[in-house]
Write a protein of this length. Structure first.
Length: 564
């Protein structure tokens, strides 16, 4: 009896289950016991399950992103993460539809088979890459090259900046990894390092080479005892230590070669006159010896070889242009013109240089059709040639320099030769108006060795003799031009001033060597001027006029003051 009742009950239940199965299918309800991401969706329709899962999907997980030593924790949605509730419920639907009749009956009897489905999520790689790129932007760095600089205090090259590798964090690679595992809660951004192009180890080798080159370098002239020396600092100016290696400064090397040749060359000495009282005495010529230009290539190679400290320049003989036999009979020469200047108030050093320069050019002879060069007649402004320190104009300042006062002589020579009507081949002015050359403003000539010369041609039809008469006690200098008697007549006009510019306000410079509170003037104010002088020459060829222009800069007074 009992068995029958059970059978009936089973039959009834089975029938009910079949009836419910039909009802469940039409209502599209999920089988009992199913859950998605821990949310029970059993017995819910698809739409109900998606709605139930919505709250859980709206809360993205936290992701810790690491790049090197830096880390950030942020919501996964900031990295392009998004939950897919529909796809997650669809997975439960598929299983629900495949459940057997018995499993459904068990679910009806309160014994459902539990099964949890994960929340399906996805990551947009483009959004993830953009977010990771923004995070790591400040961490990326290009490789840093090592750098070299010259220490002016120690007079040495040194590596001043060490190299460092570059860092580039690969946001794209990290985004790809995250897109493949959207449930991940940690994410490591890989980094790529790049090596610097110029490393300190390589540059140190160049620095060592550059410092080894920085040594005194001497040159002698073959066939003579003359020798010139470049200081270590002068040699250092001939090249740069660069990341690419030792780079020669071609212009500086040429200047250094010219400096050495100016110093060691022994130019030929033309025959000339010396004066014993007022009587001229002939002085014979002397052959010279100078550097061959072919020596330059050898100099360039040798001076940049740290193993070499000296070399011998190839030389050649040079003959004088004027021999003793060609000197004129001084008794037959006439005074053509005299240039005059005064130098009251000159320092003892300036007076020494005026006397020395005047003596050097005294007795110089300019051959017919030849050119008078002041620097050639002088023999160079060097200490070996008897010149001492004095005030000169250099670098926009009046400063102590070798040969201050030589321009007193060049100015007087200019006045003599210009007044004689000789053609000007080179004349340079001073930067500002100098009181020693007043009141004949603009009627002056500056020289500087090397670079600035005073040159006149000789078109008199005969040789010229230069005679100087220096009176230190009276602070006067005369330069006489003697030659064949001239029929020409020369008239020099006073200066015509075109404009005048007031001088700037004084400048004060602290000199720590002065006593506190003391002041010393080292430069003097002068107004600027634009002017010209003219001369008219009348001779057998007719009348001609030429113009010599001068532009003086406005000059400011400079005072040195002791520290406060």
């Amino acid at each position: 009896m009992k068995f029958w009742l059970m059978g009936v009950t089973a039959t009834v239940l089975l029938g009910g289950a079949l009836a419910m199965g039909v009802a469940a299918s039409s209502d599209e309800k999920l089988a009992p016991g199913l859950s998605v991401a821990g949310v029970d969706v059993g017995g819910l329709t698809r739409e109900q399950a998606i709605a139930a899962l919505g709250e859980r999907a709206a809360t993205p997980p936290q992701v810790t992103v690491t790049a090197g030593k830096q880390s950030w924790t942020l919501g996964a949605d900031q990295l392009g993460w998004h939950a897919d509730a529909e796809t997650s419920v669809a997975a439960a639907e598929k299983v629900s539809a495949a459940r057997t009749l018995l499993e459904r009956v068990q679910g009806m009897l309160g014994q459902p088979q539990p099964q949890n489905f994960p929340l399906i999520a996805a990551v947009d790689p483009a959004l993830a890459k953009a977010a990771l790129t923004t995070l790591t932007a400040s961490l990326n760095a290009p490789p840093r090259n090592a750098a070299v600089a010259f220490d002016k205090q120690k007079l040495r090259y040194a590596v001043t900046v060490r190299d460092a590798p570059g860092r580039q964090y690969d946001a794209a690679a990290a985004a790809t990894v995250y897109a493949a595992a959207p449930t991940a809660t940690t994410l490591q951004i890989p980094v790529r390092e790049s090596r610097a192009q110029y490393t300190a180890d390589v540059l140190q080798g160049y620095v060592d080479q550059g410092n080894a080159l920085m040594r005194p370098f001497g040159a002698t002239l073959a066939g003579t005892a003359r020798k010139g020396v470049l200081t270590p600092l002068q040699v250092a100016n001939l090249y740069w230590v660069r990341p690419q290696g030792i780079v020669a400064d071609e212009a500086a090397i040429k200047r250094a070669f010219a400096l050495l040749t100016d110093f060691i060359d022994q130019p030929a000495q033309n025959a000339r006159f010396a004066f014993k009282g007022d009587k001229p005495v002939k002085v014979p010529e002397q052959a010279g010896r100078v550097t061959q230009q072919s020596a330059y290539a050898a100099f360039r190679a040798t001076v940049l070889d740290p193993a070499k400290t000296s070399m011998v320049f190839a030389s050649k003989k040079v003959r004088p242009e004027l021999t003793e036999a060609q000197l004129p009979d001084a008794s037959k020469l006439s005074l053509i013109h005299t240039g005059v200047s005064t130098y009251y108030g000159s320092s003892p050093e300036r007076r020494t240089n005026v006397a020395n320069a005047a003596a050097k050019i005294n007795g110089a002879v300019v051959p017919v059709g030849g050119t008078f060069s002041f620097l050639d007649a002088l023999g160079g402004i060097t200490a070996d040639n008897g010149f001492v320190g004095g005030l000169i104009i250099s670098g926009g300042r009046t400063v102590d320099g070798l040969g201050g006062g030589v321009c007193q002589v060049s100015t007087t020579v200019f006045r003599a030769l210009y007044g004689a009507g000789l053609p000007v081949e080179e004349r340079n002015q001073h930067s500002y108006r100098v009181g020693y050359y007043e009141p004949q403003v603009g009627f002056e000539a500056a020289v500087y060795d090397p670079g600035l010369d005073l040159k006149f041609g000789n078109d008199t039809g005969g040789p010229l003799l230069i005679r100087t008469v220096n009176d230190d006690a009276a602070s006067t200098l005369d330069v006489q031009v003697w030659g064949v008697k001239q029929a020409r007549k020369v008239t020099v006009s006073p200066a015509v001033i075109l404009s005048r510019t007031p001088h700037p306000a004084p400048k004060y410079v602290v000199n720590p060597k002065l006593r506190p509170g003391t002041t010393r003037q080292v430069d003097w104010a002068a107004d600027g001027f634009s002017l010209y002088i003219t001369r008219t020459i009348k001779d057998a060829s007719g009348v001609r006029t030429d113009k010599t222009s001068t532009v003086y800069k406005p000059w400011q007074a400079v005072y040195e003051v002791g520290p406060s």
